[in-house]
Each structure stands twice: as structure tokens, then as C-alpha cells.
Design a protein around this ligand. Structure first.
Ligand code: HEC
Ligand code: HEC
Length: 355
């Protein structure tokens, strides 16, 4: 599994902890940024799969501590990974590099004083002014980042505000400052200019803070939600019949059969290929389109496939990857939901083919 992860991440230009650079004497922030962040946030911080980091209005409200906590914890379920493997010195070097894009912006400092506000009133204001972009439950907008040519609701995705990583990183004062000031160059406007009062803004901050408990519960559920890497069923039929059953079950579920081949095709001369191991490839183009729109990286494990293997003792096994488990690599809650549906479909195909 680790090997698979490495290949996936390498493909994306990212790196897994064990392959990461070992702390140099003076970490090179530009190199570390290029290695760990640029694939998503863009080489110059203008955004990509991730939101822009170079915006002056963002850097003016984001403290160095905000960056540190965000990089350490990531945003569980929102694509932004956690980076536990980087040293403190490496993280600080990355932050210095990001800051170098805006030499005139003075990084703010905040304390963690709670802002007094009425969360119930904040909830009403949130529903009226924020939910259409940040989601009804503050779960964030759909799609990815900025520049992918995929369907998106906004030119820049609205971050999740009910997220444990965000809430841990952002003190109340920073959230307040963001609402007062807005971020020019993004759909996020100043809500003072929109006519909200200082008290209204504090009430919204209190509401956002009240989402913390639920965020912690959800993040824990993600961490403990381990599922098996592959789905396996033993067939009550022989190999040929099982393969036919798999094909029928796939078509019955509205998938297109792409091809059927021996597992070893291409690896050995044709007369030496093991004919007791068969792969069935299939696809549902609607699902494919939807999944790619959620996260283009799913292209790495498509099209769908089921493997049918006859063992030495004559028993026949039908297997597939578990999409739910693969999805976990991508840290994308929306993708988790789609992959969980996919897992159910796979499970049904396996059961129909073997029972
Ligand atoms: C028109 C869509 C839109 C509306 C309405 C909107 N936002 Fe935003 N918001 C965004 C976008 C897009 C960003 C990301 C900007 C960026 O890339 O820096 C954002 C950023 C933020 C951030 C910073 C999050 C982070 O991770 O840095 C906060 C906090 C926030 N919005 C809160 C609110 C609240 C509270 C409201 C309602 C009062 C609101 N927003 C209304 C689109 C919107
Ligand atoms: C796999 C893609 C990916 C990688 C790699 C990645 N990020 Fe992110 N990052 C995101 C996404 C997506 C978001 C927005 C989260 C949301 O929508 O809720 C984000 C959000 C952030 C934020 C919060 C921005 C804001 O407006 O408040 C910071 C800061 C950040 N990332 C820094 C980094 C740094 C530094 C690195 C490298 C060490 C990095 N990220 C690597 C995808 C990524």
C-alpha cells in the first residue's frame, strides 16, 4: 500500500514523508515550497487545486501561527494535507518564502481571546450572507481550487469554515478581521462595506467558533474509519461462469464493459500467460465525469476493474479495490462520498457474481 501511495503522490509531484528531504542546516524555503505546496497552490502562490496564498489581503490577516498550524494539521477532508513530517525550521522557511511575495505586508499577531457574540444571531446572519458560498453547514464550496477547467461554483473555492484544521489555526480575531476587510481579488468581500455592523460580525464569529465541537467529532471519525484495502468474495461457480456473471452484473448496474483480459497479458509470452486469472474492465461515464469534477486525481484509479482468480485448490475469488480506502489518500470528503457509493456498487457486483 505504501508503495502505491508513493507512486500516486510522486505522480502528482508530491512526496511522502519517508521520501521527504531531510532537514538541511538552513532549510531552503523556495525548494520546500516547490516540493510540497506548488503542485496545488501554484509556483507563485496564485492558486491551483488549492486557494491562492499570494494575495496581499490574505497575508495581511494571516499570522505566522496561522500558517504554522494550517501546515501542520492540514484541513481534514478538504484536500489540504497535514505535514507532520516537516521540521519547525522547514515550516518557517516555507512561510518566509510565501511572505517574500509581499515584502510590504506586515504579518499580524493575534492572541486567542474569545470574541463575545451571540451565536444564535450569528447563525441567522450566516444563513443569509454566507451559506450560499461556504455551504449550509459551513462545509465549504464544491470542486477544487482555482484554475482547474472543471465545473466550479466560484472562481475560487470557498474554504470550509467548520473544519477542525481551520478552527484550530484561525483565532477569533483573524476571522473577524477577514470579515471586516474581505479579500480583494476573490469573491470574499468586506462585510462592513456590505452593511453589517461590528456586532453582527462578532455574532458571526461566535457562530463559527461554535462549530468546533462537531468539527472535532467529525475529524476523529475520519481518523478511525479504516476499511479494508480490497473487497473479496469467494464464488460458488467455476472460473468461466463467474467471469460471465461478473459481466452480467456490471451491465445490470448500467456500466459499459470495456474489455476482458488475462491478468498477465503483456507480461509474458501469450502461451505462458496464466489463464486462470482474468480482469474485467468497465466504466460508467456519468460517474467518471462526476468523480473527475470532484477531484481530477481519481483518474489515477479508473477505469473500474474486477479481478477473477482461480486458486490452486480450485476455489474462485472475485476481487476489486476498495474505492473508499483509496479515497482516503486524497483527503477529500466529497470524493469519499462518491467513492463510498462506488464501494457499495462494487460489493453488489461481487455478490451478484458469486452467489
Ligand atoms: C460570494 C461568495 C462568498 C460569500 C458570500 C462569503 N464568502 Fe467567505 N470566502 C469566499 C472565498 C472564495 C474565500 C477564499 C478567498 C481566498 O482565496 O483567500 C473566502 C474566505 C473566507 C474566510 C477565510 C477562510 C480561510 O481559510 O482563510 C472566512 C473566515 C470567510 N470567508 C467567512 C465568510 C463569512 C462568515 C461569510 C458571511 C458573512 C462569507 N465568508 C461570505 C467566498 C465567499
Ligand atoms: C493536495 C493539494 C494541496 C497541497 C499539496 C497543499 N495544499 Fe494548502 N490548501 C489546499 C486546499 C484545497 C486548500 C483550501 C481548503 C478548503 O477548501 O477548505 C488549502 C488551504 C491552505 C491554506 C489556508 C489558506 C487560506 O486562505 O486561509 C494555507 C495557508 C495552505 N493551504 C498552505 C499550504 C502550504 C504551505 C503547503 C505546502 C507545505 C500546502 N498548503 C500544500 C490544497 C493543498
Amino acid at each position: 500500500m505504501k508503495h502505491l501511495l508513493n507512486s500516486l503522490l510522486l505522480f502528482l509531484g508530491l512526496s511522502w514523508p519517508i521520501m521527504g528531504a531531510h532537514a538541511a542546516k538552513t532549510p531552503d524555503g523556495a525548494r520546500l515550497y516547490a516540493q510540497h505546496c506548488a503542485a496545488c497552490h501554484g509556483a507563485d502562490g496564485r492558486g491551483g487545486v488549492g486557494v491562492p496564498l499570494a494575495l496581499p489581503d490574505f497575508q495581511a490577516v494571516a499570522s505566522d501561527d496561522y500558517f504554522r498550524t494550517t501546515i501542520r494539521m492540514g484541513r481534514p477532508g478538504r484536500v489540504m494535507p497535514a505535514f507532520p513530517q516537516l521540521s519547525d525550521a522547514e515550516i518557517d522557511a516555507i512561510i518566509r518564502h510565501i511572505r517574500s511575495w509581499n515584502p510590504d505586508v506586515r504579518p499580524p499577531r493575534y492572541d486567542r481571546t474569545r470574541i463575545e457574540g451571540n451565536p444564535e444571531h450569528g447563525r441567522e446572519l450566516y444563513a443569509k450572507h454566507c451559506a450560499r458560498c461556504h455551504g449550509e453547514h459551513a462545509q465549504g464550496g464544491h470542486g477544487t481550487g482555482v484554475t482547474f477547467s472543471r465545473p466550479r461554483e466560484l472562481p475560487i473555492i470557498a474554504p470550509a469554515l467548520n473544519n477542525r484544521g481551520f478552527l484550530a489555526a484561525a483565532p477569533d480575531a483573524m476571522i473577524r478581521e477577514t470579515l471586516r476587510r474581505g479579500r480583494s481579488g476573490t469573491p470574499m468581500v468586506s462585510f462592513l462595506k456590505q452593511g453589517l455592523s461590528e456586532q453582527d460580525i462578532d455574532d458571526i464569529v461566535a457562530f463559527i467558533r461554535s462549530l468546533e465541537k462537531e468539527a472535532a467529532r467529525k475529524a476523529r471519525a475520519r481518523e478511525h474509519g479504516e476499511t479494508p484495502a480490497i473487497l473479496v468474495e469467494e464464488s460458488s461457480y467455476g472460473l468461466e461462469e463467474t467471469v460471465e456473471n461478473v459481466k452480467a452484473a456490471i451491465i445490470g448496474k448500467n456500466f459499459r464493459l470495456i474489455r476482458v483480459q488475462y491478468l498477465e497479458d503483456g507480461f509474458f509470452p501469450p502461451d505462458q500467460v496464466n489463464r486462470r486469472q482474468v480482469i474485467v474492465y468497465f466504466c460508467n461515464f456519468n460517474f467518471l465525469y462526476d468523480a473527475l469534477a470532484i477531484d481530477p486525481r481519481v483518474g489515477l484509479f479508473l477505469p473500474c476493474r474486477v479481478t477473477v482468480v482461480e486458486r490452486e485448490d480450485g476455489t474462485v475469488l472475485v476481487m476489486s479495490i476498495n474505492p473508499t480506502r483509496l479515497s482516503a489518500v486524497f483527503n477529500n470528503e466529497q470524493l469519499d462520498e462518491a467513492c463510498d457509493q462506488m464501494r457499495q456498487t462494487y460489493q453488489e457486483i461481487l455478490e451478484e457474481a458469486t452467489l
